[in-house]
Design a protein. Sequence first.
Length: 187
Amino acid sequence: MTLLLGGNQYQRYRVETALATLVELPDARLLVAGHLSFAPTAAESHAAFRRVADELGVADRVQLLGGYTQRDAPAVFRRADILLHTKYNDPCPSTVIEAMSCGLPIVFSASGGVPELVGERAGRGVPAPLDFGRDHPPDPSELAQCVRDVAMSLDTFSRAARSRATERFDLQPWINHHLRLFEKLIA
């Protein structure tokens, strides 16, 4: 099972939570795509990441992919089975939509806008409190259980993720709606 932590990682807890989740999943691997920028410099972020991965005993199951372009994103997503989205209260992460469009189910903190994006069938979320004052990282054990649940029916979740992305987030209907609206305004 290959998990992907995608997007830029500018909060240390997101990376630490993903690594702690990996501890609970001894047969899984973790790909980390995007820039690590939770310390003052990229070098310090990478060093801190490696230190935590070593301390947790998962360094041999983690691969840092670095930054990627929008054009490269589908190839990055195809390398994984599940997107692990550890950010608390993320309002509308494009990474989640992009992953679902590539057929990746999402395991996530059930907070912010992510539950609405993923819906009931395209992944599993870890319950989270409603709090705008501080972050509440999802529990790694609960994330790991969600990963196991999704992995048991990976094909079903993958189809649901792809279907949700194409039905809910295809840009063409949005473009057509606005085109009609602008045509009315011009007339």
